[in-house]
Design a protein around this ligand. Structure first.
Ligand code: PSU
Ligand code: MN
Length: 301
């Protein structure tokens, strides 16, 4: 594993570090918005007093902390870079190729490096129609077993939200929504589904992360609602999602190609409005995540 100097120094002196994933860079957003957003999110984390550690695999070597050049290269390559979840890690490392890490693979590498907080946009979940496809993202199992706090904006309604929360309960994952009782659904602040837990501050979330570690348990999930002023039109997004799910079925898109296929389709059908919402929620998550990381590392001193 290769760590950037900035990240290595921060970890050695117990400064707060925030991990970031690279699937959102290569598969979740189009070029060049993806590169611009990735670099801006890193800056937001720095100005909030933490060190960003974007995680990816470059030429088979897991990297924790990327240079600007590496982020630009991965963002330009986009879909040519393999999407890497827990399942794909060993194969991509052994094949010495580039890999964009999903939430599960990013958690594994963050934990191996000693990074305890990780910010992203949306996690994977239980897909609609799971009864026939058995499509449950490995992100949910990773949250059950790897002690990293994942900060997200909830799960997209391309997924089955109640079933996703059920599965997280099975996996024993504390799911905390930040500042409200309803679990958020990514593009919109509320999903209409009650969140299992609520926290009122980053400090409170960090206290749960600390207790979870003391108890020797797995990961934690913090769901931060998209700021109301950046919400997308719920009906428009819902219509786009249904259309894309139908198209995915008709075209036979399955497995790990489904999520990127639908993200891209929703962006096209909403004429980029979903992308704007996506960018602003990730930036907001970065602020909250940096604050949680500051409290987590303070508690450790
Ligand atoms: N949801 C998003 N944007 C994303 C992803 C999910 O809104 O970029 C990515 C994340 O990397 C997540 C992965 O870990 O998709 C889940 O993929 P799958 O559904 O194939 O498990
Ligand atoms: Mn899947």
């Amino acid at each position: 594993m290769q760590m950037s100097r900035e990240v290595a120094q921060a970890l050695a002196s117990n400064k707060p570090v925030v991990a970031l994933e690279s699937t959102i860079l290569c598969h979740g957003m189009p070029y060049p918005s993806n590169v611009r957003t990735a670099l801006e999110v890193e800056e937001i984390i720095r100005s909030a007093g933490a060190v960003p550690a974007t995680i990816a695999i470059i030429g088979g070597i897991p990297h924790v902390g990327l240079t600007r050049k590496e982020i630009e290269m991965l963002g330009r390559e986009g879909h040519k870079v393999k999407k890497v979840s827990r399942r794909d890690l060993a194969y991509v490392v052994a094949s010495r190729v580039h890999g964009a890490t999903t939430v599960s693979a990013t958690m594994i590498l963050a934990h191996a490096a000693g990074v305890r907080v990780f910010v992203t946009g949306g996690i994977g979940g239980v897909h609609r129609g799971v009864e026939s496809t058995w499509d449950v993202s490995t992100d949910l199992r990773e949250l059950g077993r790897t002690p990293v706090c994942v900060v997200c904006a909830g799960v997209k309604s391309i997924l089955d939200i109640p079933k996703t929360l059920e599965y997280l309960e099975t996996e024993g994952v504390p799911v905390m929504t930040y500042g409200q009782k309803d679990f958020p659904s990514f593009f919109t602040a509320s999903s209409g589904v009650r969140s299992p837990m609520t926290v009122g501050s980053a400090e409170q979330a960090a206290a749960v992360v600390g207790a979870q570690a003391d108890l020797g348990l797995g990961g934690t999930l913090v769901a931060v609602p998209i700021p109301r002023e950046h919400q997308a039109d719920a009906a428009e997004v819902e219509g786009a999602i249904s259309a894309c799910l139908e198209r995915a079925r008709a075209e036979g898109v399955t497995g790990n190609a489904i999520t990127p296929f639908i993200l891209q389709g929703v962006k096209d059908l909403t004429k980029g409005k979903s992308l704007e919402a996506n960018i602003s929620l990730v930036k907001n998550n970065a602020l909250v995540g940096a604050e949680i990381a500051r409290h987590v590392s303070r508690a450790e001193v």
